[in-house]
Design a protein around this ligand. Structure first.
Ligand code: GCU
Length: 582
């Protein structure tokens, strides 16, 4: 069964707050001396008074905030990668005939969870939710939860060992106790039908709800529709409707309510159609140009993982202020709030799973992991009008195994959600031709993966990596894919306040030079339909040690990690103003 849809509108109890923790680099709390899983592990929550073998005591251990990455809460943990144990007491169980689910909105990377010393779930992946039913494990009083979170980077991980972002560990998003009746509305999907946009189409899935009547109500459209579920509690619908179409210029949102005897759930949904036609991206049948920016999920001014609605909103406000109608959420599913805020603010989204650089393409287990993260992302967010693109990969080396791996992810995305477009951030193939004594640099989009995508994404750093800024003007782009291109990354590094001449690298001035040259080049790419410069904000990364300049931050932001706008912010803002005025 799928994850519970839209848990926040079930008035869940948040377990946010101070959780006790134990740092355990040797996994003493999990394995015995010989590496076998230890039945006396820390999940038992035993103190020395309880048992001679116990040399820990959660309640005497320090605390940290959940949700929140551990790296920026405790200086000694900034670089820590390994296992950390979390403990907190749970509220007394209510005997009300209902059901109780425990949901982690995300924890990086590998999680094992126990309730009252009984293992209830394991999860792999740092950016998607996982949950399970715990009612039967709860006692009247004295309940507790223990979570073992390990964020070691693995060769066979997704992502793998090498990434250009900080490996923030821990319970990075909210933990919820979700109460439901015995029979409840577990999942639903409600969107305009891309095959026939005169109707709203979708499904509803009940938990413990075979052959039941579900009422679907959309008051804003005068819709009251009855769905009867099958023996599995599953029901489909297709209803003639003419909703006001959602778009960045017109954030038309509708209250949508599913109800059965004893349960109901409400959502706020926008209805829109997204498709391609040749080299165009069509939103509600109209060509659209995506004026975007790439974003990492880091708090402005704090450089730690976003873990609240307010911090997510702050990022999206900067996106709007820049004049964007689009954003790329890189390189992993961002928090639950981001897409809802984008619905509200009218920002189209590219969402991605961390299939990044050199994944182990041959491994079935790795494919299963990637597919699972993709499914969890799509199931969590597929009712969000703002999301138009599912990206299955970023900058992956061309090989047959890789392309087969990614094709299978594309199939999964389409089967879970036929209403959106698929994409990936690829490289172009550089070449040179001589014309009238001038060397023209040509860039061709012919990655074999392109044939299997709806929209092509291309990352390039002309003027920063591999070419001089002066070469940009002598560039020519080719594609015979008859598909739209999004320039998913480009940019240059400059710490805030570092000034110099227009050609002095690592200065704000040079960053402007690169953007101006890039934009002039973009204006000449006939199949270009969108941009997401790298990147909104300077972000933390272990791969950038240049002292006094990077200091373990990627400085390609057009705002600093403190939120100060750099000169290039104005360059991008002005270009988008020009683009939006057509
Ligand atoms: C890559 C990659 C980013 C990285 C960027 C950079 O393209 O996708 O994750 O941060 O380049 O080099 O700054």
């Amino acid at each position: 069964m799928n994850l519970i849809q839209n848990p926040y509108s079930r008035n869940p109890q948040s377990l946010a707050g101070d959780w006790h923790y134990i740092i355990d680099p040797y996994e003493t709390g999990f394995y015995d001396l010989f590496g076998n899983e230890n039945p006396f592990g820390y999940f038992r929550n035993l103190t020395p008074d309880d048992h001679w073998a116990s040399e820990y005591n959660f309640k005497q251990s320090p605390t940290m905030k959940v949700p929140g990455d551990w790296n920026t809460q405790e200086p000694t943990l900034l670089w820590y990668e390994g296992t950390l144990w979390y403990f907190r007491e749970l509220p007394d169980a209510e005997v009300d005939g209902g059901r109780t689910f425990l949901r982690f909105c995300a924890a990086n990377y590998h999680s094992i969870v126990w309730v009252n010393a009984i293992e209830v779930m394991r999860h792999t992946g740092g950016f998607t939710p996982f949950e399970t039913e715990i009612g039967s494990y709860l006692k009247r009083t004295g309940n507790f939860v223990v979570a073992k979170i390990n964020d070691e980077r693995l060769k066979d991980g997704v992502p793998t060992r090498n990434t250009d972002w900080w490996n923030y560990g821990g319970i990075t998003r909210d933990v919820l106790l979700i109460k439901t009746p015995q029979s409840f509305i577990r999942d639903y999907f409600c969107q305009l039908d891309p095959e026939d946009d005169s109707q709203i189409k979708g499904f509803v899935e009940l938990d413990n709800g075979a052959n039941k009547d579900v009422n679907l109500s959309i008051p804003g459209l005068g819709i009251e529709h009855l769905i009867t579920t099958d023996s599995h509690g599953f029901g489909q619908f297709a209803i003639k409707a003419e909703p006001d179409r959602w778009s960045p210029e017109n954030v038309a949102l509708y209250e949508v309510r599913f109800s059965i005897d004893g349960d109901s759930i409400e959502d706020i949904i926008g209805f829109r159609i997204i498709e391609t036609s040749g080299e165009d991206i069509l939103l509600n049948g109209e060509p659209v140009f995506l004026r975007g920016i790439s974003i990492h999920e880091e708090i402005i001014g704090q450089a730690s993982r976003v873990n609240s609605e307010a911090e997510a909103r702050r990022l999206m406000e900067e996106v709007k202020a820049l004049g964007c109608n689009y954003a790329r959420l890189a390189h992993y599913p961002h928090n639950d709030h981001m897409c809802r805020i984008a619905d509200e603010m009218g920002v189209l989204l590219w969402c991605e799973i961390p299939v990044y650089w050199a994944i182990n393409w041959q491994s079935e287990e790795v494919l299963h992991n990637a597919r699972n993260q993709l499914s969890e992302m799509i199931v969590r967010d597929r009712n969000r009008a703002s999301i138009i693109l599912w990206s299955v990969a970023n900058e992956t080396p061309v090989s047959e195994a890789r392309t087969e791996f990614l094709k299978s992810l594309i199939t999964t995305a389409k089967s879970l959600d036929p209403t959106r477009l698929t994409t990936a951030a690829m490289f172009m193939r550089p070449d040179k031709v001589e014309e009238n004594g001038k060397v023209i640099r040509t860039y061709t989009l012919d990655d074999p993966l392109a044939d299997h995508l709806d929209v092509l994404g291309c990352n390039q750093y002309l003027g920063w990596y591999y070419t001089k800024v002066s070469d940009i003007a002598l560039s020519r782009w080719h594609s015979d894919k008859n598909k739209p291109l999004i320039m998913s990354e480009f940019g240059a590094s400059a710490p805030k306040g570092k000034r110099g001449g227009p050609h002095d690298r690592w200065t704000e001035d040079y960053q402007v030079t690169v953007y101006e040259a890039q934009f002039a080049m973009m204006d000449d790419i006939p199949f270009l339909r969108g941009l997401s410069p790298w990147i909104l904000k300077d972000f933390r990364t272990p791969k950038r040690p240049l002292a006094g300049v990077q200091d373990y931050f990627n400085r390609k932001g057009i705002i600093s990690d403190q939120g100060e706008r750099k000169l290039a912010w104005d360059t991008v803002h002005a270009y988008y103003k020009k683009r939006s005025s057509g």
